[in-house]
Design a protein around this ligand. Structure first.
Ligand code: FES
Length: 137
């Protein structure tokens, strides 16, 4: 093998390595829906006191738990359906789920309200029992 052949061969190999590396790390996996989610939080604990305020939210176990602007307890996945970034919040201005990455907006029921939110958002059930809030799929 002469030098030219070596470089040509290296170029193809390097391109393959770069391509396969990028495909492996540049492609984001589509988030699978969370199944069998079921946990309880004690709303009297300091870390959950924020939920006393209408329009606020906390994050627990990859779930965004919100107190809606009308006082309901809501829960949604933290992972946005747009590009699978963990940036879902609850917007007290919109009264909706908002992804801070690219502005995807979802209704409280998880329906997409703009183009980036068009794939919808996984929503979980909530149930109050005294001071305990159960979040489940
Ligand atoms: S990842 Fe949420 S809007 Fe893009």
């Amino acid at each position: 093998m002469n030098r030219k052949e070596f470089i040509e061969k290296l170029g193809v190999g390097a391109a393959f390595v770069l391509t396969s590396t990028c495909l492996g790390s540049c492609t984001r996996d589509r988030a699978d829906p969370i199944k069998d989610l079921d946990f309880v939080i004690d709303l009297t604990l300091n870390k959950f006191l924020e939920l006393n305020n209408f329009g606020s939210y906390i994050i627990e176990d990859q779930v965004v738990i919100a107190r809606s602007i009308t006082g309901e307890y809501l829960a949604a996945t933290l992972i946005c359906s747009h590009e699978q970034l963990s940036q879902i919040t609850y917007s007290d201005i919109e009264g909706a789920w908002l992804c801070t990455a690219h502005g995807a907006l979802f209704s409280e029921g998880g329906e997409g309200l703009n183009a980036n939110g068009s794939k919808g958002l996984q929503i979980f059930n909530t149930e109050m029992n005294g001071d305990l809030l159960r979040v489940f799929s």
